[in-house]
Ligand binder design. Structure first.
Ligand code: DOR
Length: 443
């Protein structure tokens, strides 16, 4: 098991009260020392450790993305577990949580075990599987939730669609509570979604495309928090996109209901104005919203109403995505742009400090899913991300490690990026060769 000393680092982990210039040691894959003393770090790491100069950059707990779509089994040309896990480390993520809308859906124990096995075999980011709430993701009866927990599912979700009825969700939350896991909900009311494709408002009218009102999300969020209140179960609201939903979550939290929430970088950085050219790369579910919604999501994140940032990395092939808007699938990739987009749109712009951002990418998603990571504490897995907050780069999807190119930030000039990703003490993304050979090899 690898051992490493990172010296000359700006160590930042608000969950542990850490904001200092110092060193971090990993011994046999586990964090062994965090503090100011180089000599103590070297002693803790042991004689076989490699030594890395962090160059004064930001050293944080390994980033965790609690919402990704890998397409294995079923659509491996778009993304496999291995290609997605490689894209994750290239974006600075040491752990990701894979949704269950594969083909077939991950609705049984062996599907969950398969994902974990492929994750270990790939040896990049840790991939934690989510199981479906309903059998086949068909919204009719509950899936084998207890067996999936035994196989290692960290949560349940029919993401891509909501659990269709309050009755089914009530039962799912009761079971999930017994199993100590949350239900992750995609909040869109099917009857209001109808043939909607973009945010309902100025853009839907001017483009002549079907609108999706904010109420479509708000109604399901309200239903879900009511079911969490009734059952005492934990509901987690995925990819919040509207001011209305933020307000429902705020009130539910104030009431003490077990609700948590996430927001994506694209819902924090883009508005429905991007749709002017009818480019399907901006088609996503839930849709990009108006400026007031983006601002409400940012405020919700700032105030802790929204707990986590998650990418909703949703790979699609060009020949599918480049259809007419109506026929193109929803979704955008996000693993390899998240840190740069967050850094540029939220931190460099002066809206957030890194200390406000890092918990949303580390300790909070870990806490929601009980992953036992996301903090720089002795004895935890040696998962780390080194961020250069000023690194200037241009988004060129052709250079990504993901198998798909459906990136809405093509051509953006970003400031900030991950420059070293360490998983279990091993440097798996090291483009500058700080910890030895440059890896993975450049394209
Ligand atoms: O835009 C989306 N694409 N939203 C989802 O919830 C699912 C995802 C996908 O799987 O492509």
């Amino acid at each position: 098991m690898p051992s490493m000393v990172l010296r000359n680092a700006h160590i930042l982990d608000p969950s542990e009260g850490l904001d200092l210039a110092g060193c971090l040691a990993i011994r046999d894959g586990l964090i062994a020392y965090v503090g100011e003393e180089r000599r103590d770090a070297e002693a803790a790491a042991g004689p076989a450790a490699i030594s890395v100069d962090a160059g004064g950059l930001l050293l944080t707990p390994g980033l965790i993305d609690m919402h990704v779509h890998f397409r294995e089994p079923g659509n491996e040309a778009e993304e496999t577990i291995a290609s997605g896990a490689l894209a994750a480390v290239a974006g600075g993520f040491t752990s990701v949580v894979a949704m269950a809308n594969t083909e077939p859906a991950a609705d049984n124990e062996s599907a969950i075990i398969f994902t974990r096995r492929e994750s270990r075999r790939a040896g990049y980011a840790n991939v934690f599987p989510v199981g479906t709430v309903t059998a086949g993701r068909e919204g009719r009866e509950l899936a084998e939730m207890a067996q999936m927990a035994r196989g290692g599912a960290v949560a349940y979700s029919d993401d891509g669609a909501s659990v269709p009825t309050a009755g089914l969700l009530r039962r799912a939350l009761s079971y999930a509570k017994m199993l100590g896991k949350p239900i992750l909900e995609h909040c869109e009311d099917k009857s209001l979604l109808a043939d909607g494709e973009v945010d309902e408002g100025y853009m839907s009218t001017s483009l002549g495309l079907g609108g999706i009102p904010g109420e479509c999300e708000e109604i399901i969020v309200a239903r879900d928090v009511a079911m969490a209140r009734l059952t005492g179960g934990h509901v987690h609201i995925q990819h919040v996109s509207t001011a209305k939903a933020v307000e429902v979550i705020r009130r539910a939290k104030a009431e003490g209901i077990r609700v948590t929430a996430e927001v994506t970088p694209h819902h924090l950085a883009l508005t429905s104005d991007c749709l002017r050219e009818y480019d399907p790369v901006f088609k996503v579910s839930p849709p990009l919203r108006e400026r007031e919604d983006v601002e409400a999501c940012r405020r919700g994140l700032k105030e802790g109403v929204i707990d986590a940032i998650a990418t909703d990395h949703a790979p699609h092939l060009d020949d599918e995505k480049e259809l007419e808007f109506t026929y193109a699938p929803s979704g955008m990739i996000g693993l390899e742009t998240a840190v740069g987009v967050i850094s540029t749109a939220l931190v460099r712009s002066g809206l957030f400090s890194w200390a406000e951002i890092i918990p949303a990418l580390t300790s909070r998603p870990s806490g929601i899913l009980k992953l036992g990571r996301g903090r720089l504490a002795a004895g935890l897995p040696g998962d780390l991300t080194l961020i250069d907050p000023l690194r200037a780069w241009t988004v060129e999807p052709e250079r990504f490690h993901s198998r798909s190119r459906n990136c809405p930030f093509r051509g953006w000039k970003l400031e900030g990026g991950a420059v070293l990703t360490v998983v279990g003490g091993a440097a798996l993304f090291d483009p500058d060769g700080r910890a030895g050979e440059k890896s993975p090899p450049p394209h």
